[in-house]
Ligand binder design. Structure first.
Ligand code: ADP
Length: 550
């Protein structure tokens, strides 16, 4: 036996052992790979699968056959985790894939680990859907709350035509819903002035009022910015340092601290592109800090308030202007009437031959002068009448009377005018009394205006005056004519003061456009109603109803 024999044997058994170790290690490795829950595939550079574990075969829907030798079919990118959409038996699976570079049987290859994450993804999606629907519900609730609040505020704000009331209502509304306390500012002549400070807590009302008397610091950056840019501002969280920065005066700061301040919004009130004021909304609760959506709500509210205040101001101005106009009209017409009476008086004397008889030619001149003066008197009277009614200076004196009497009086006055135009005036009265508790002078004036119009706007045919009673005890009077009629588009405006279908008639010696306005106001003063129906070319019917009396 040579000396090398045992050494060779040792070497052989060592190699055998190594081989055995290797086999066991590979078996263990295979076992680990095969039993792995994740799918593992080895792909060569041509994209062909060289090895696939059981999980991979199962994932790809080929449990028995095996994937080795088939094309992988997905792009293989090393390093990144990719998401694949794998279709197995018609079902879509979400698969996460991670690829590393390696070798297989001595050649470069990629090892891909694939994990079925379909369930996890579905779970995540479900969670996202839940969150989204929860958020949608919260948003919907928020929106519903907001629009309810805004609708309510619009109703409250537009219910008053008094701008100070409107702003107090706004402050009350805001402290109920949006803020703990509210400062209202009016803007005039480049300056903001506090007009109201309202606190939700009644025990702080007196302190709040004190703040109103301090003047606004126009040097403060926020105030200057609001006036200049007219954009809303929000300070989400206000601490002592922020308060010191905002308000320079310690006495004011002290009141503000007592009222409480945690969060703050400062919003302009703009109407017809003009800054008319501003509102500060303040939350005293550190758990209630204003967010962007609060600013949006505050801006909406301020816009509605601005519109309401502006409307109230316009209404007030219009009311004052209307009253001033009516008073002026009353004064002017009264002053015009006085000299006219003297013209008419002296004219009558000349017609009577006083102080001496005039020639026929002179008398004709006087006659024309008198016609014009009388027409002018009629116009002035109508103006005076309207002005008195419009400025509510007209008194009503009611008596129980038989309306037929007033109708006869009015008809008698109009008869000569109708005859002059060869129009027939028919008076259709019942043969028993129709009583009303009413003002005979006003009623006569109303009828004269309606009958006068009927004659004025009728060239041929007849004028008819009718009297009846309605089932609910109203006295109904109608004036019918067979005249030119009124087009449907003009009917809604005929009762407006100074309104005429043909405006040129005023300058041609026609009416003033006040006759029907006087009729409407007069009838309303008597507690009645007037209406009109008309057909162009056939004629018109004006009807008035006034309360009857037993
Ligand atoms: P006016 O002094 O011009 O008659 P009114 O206020 O009495 O003013 O009437 C307003 C307008 O309504 C008139 O200008 C006329 O155009 C129209 N109108 C009124 N009554 C009649 C009528 N009976 N027939 C046709 N048009 C009428």
């Amino acid at each position: 036996m040579s000396a090398t024999e045992p050494a060779v044997r040792d070497l052989l058994s060592e190699i055998q052992q190594l081989h055995e170790d290797l086999r066991l290690s590979e078996a263990r490795f295979r076992d680990v790979i095969e039993r792995n829950a994740d799918a593992i595939v080895v792909i060569d550079v041509k994209g062909t699968i060289q090895f696939a574990n059981q999980a991979a075969n199962h994932l790809f829907g080929r449990p028995g056959a095996g994937l080795a030798g088939t094309a992988f079919g997905f792009p293989v990118v090393t390093g990144e985790t990719a998401e694949l959409d794998l279709v197995r038996d018609g079902e879509h699976l979400a698969v996460e894939m991670h690829v590393v570079e390696s070798q297989w049987l001595g050649k470069p290859a990629s090892i891909a680990t694939l994990r079925n994450v379909t369930q996890r993804k579905a779970g995540e999606q479900h969670e996202r859907d839940l969150i989204r629907s929860e958020a949608a519900r919260a948003t919907a609730e928020g929106l519903a709350g907001r629009s309810r609040f805004l609708a309510e505020s619009t109703a409250v704000l537009s219910s008053s035509m008094d701008s100070a009331r409107t702003l107090t209502d706004l402050a009350r509304l805001s402290t109920a819903e949006l803020a703990d306390w509210v400062i209202i500012y009016a803007y005039d002549n480049g300056k903001l002035k506090r007009t109201d400070v309202v606190h939700a807590d009644p025990s702080k009302a007196a302190q709040a009022r004190k703040l109103r008397d301090f003047s606004v610091n126009h040097e403060a950056e926020g105030v200057a910015r609001l006036i200049e840019t007219r954009t809303p501002q929000r300070a989400e969280r206000i601490d002592e340092a922020a308060l010191q920065g905002m308000v320079k005066d310690e006495a004011q700061r002290e009141i503000i601290r007592e009222l409480g301040i945690a969060s703050f919004m400062f919003v302009p009130m703009i109407a017809r592109q003009k800054l008319i004021g501003a509102i500060s909304f303040i939350s005293a609760d550190p758990n209630r800090l204003f967010q962007d959506e609060d600013v949006q709500l505050a801006v909406d509210l301020a816009a509605r308030a601005a519109l309401a205040v502006d409307n109230a101001k316009l209404y007030e101005e219009a009311r004052k202007a209307n009253q001033a106009k009516s008073e002026l009209l009353a004064i002017i017409s009264h002053d015009l009437r006085t000299p006219l009476n003297s013209i008419l008086g002296y004219g009558q004397l000349l017609q009577m031959g006083i102080p001496e008889a005039l020639s026929k030619a002179s008398l004709e001149h006087v006659e024309r002068m008198m016609i014009s003066a009388k027409h002018q008197l009629y116009l002035i009277d109508e103006l005076l009448h309207f002005a008195r009614l419009d400025s509510n200076h007209e008194q009503v004196e009611r008596h129980v009377l038989d309306v037929r009497t007033v109708l006869n009086e009015a008809a008698d006055l109009i008869k000569p005018v109708a005859e002059a135009k060869q129009l027939e005036l028919q008076v259709d009265l019942p043969d028993h009394p129709h009583n009303a508790l009413t003002d005979p002078d006003k009623l006569r004036q109303i009828l004269i205006n309606l009958l006068g119009n009927a004659v004025r706007y009728t060239e041929r045919g007849s004028i008819r005056l009718e009297l009846t009673k309605s089932a609910d005890g109203m006295v109904v009077i109608r004036v019918r004519d067979t005249g030119i009629g009124i087009a449907p588009e003009h009917l809604p405006r005929i009762f407006d003061p100074f309104w005429q279908v043909d405006h040129s008639q005023r300058t041609r010696g026609g009416g003033t456009g006040l006759g029907l306005a006087v009729v409407k106001q007069g009838v309303e003063l008597l507690g009645g109603k007037v209406s009109a129906r008309s057909t162009v070319g056939s004629g018109s019917v004006f009807q008035i109803c006034i309360p009857g009396a037993a």
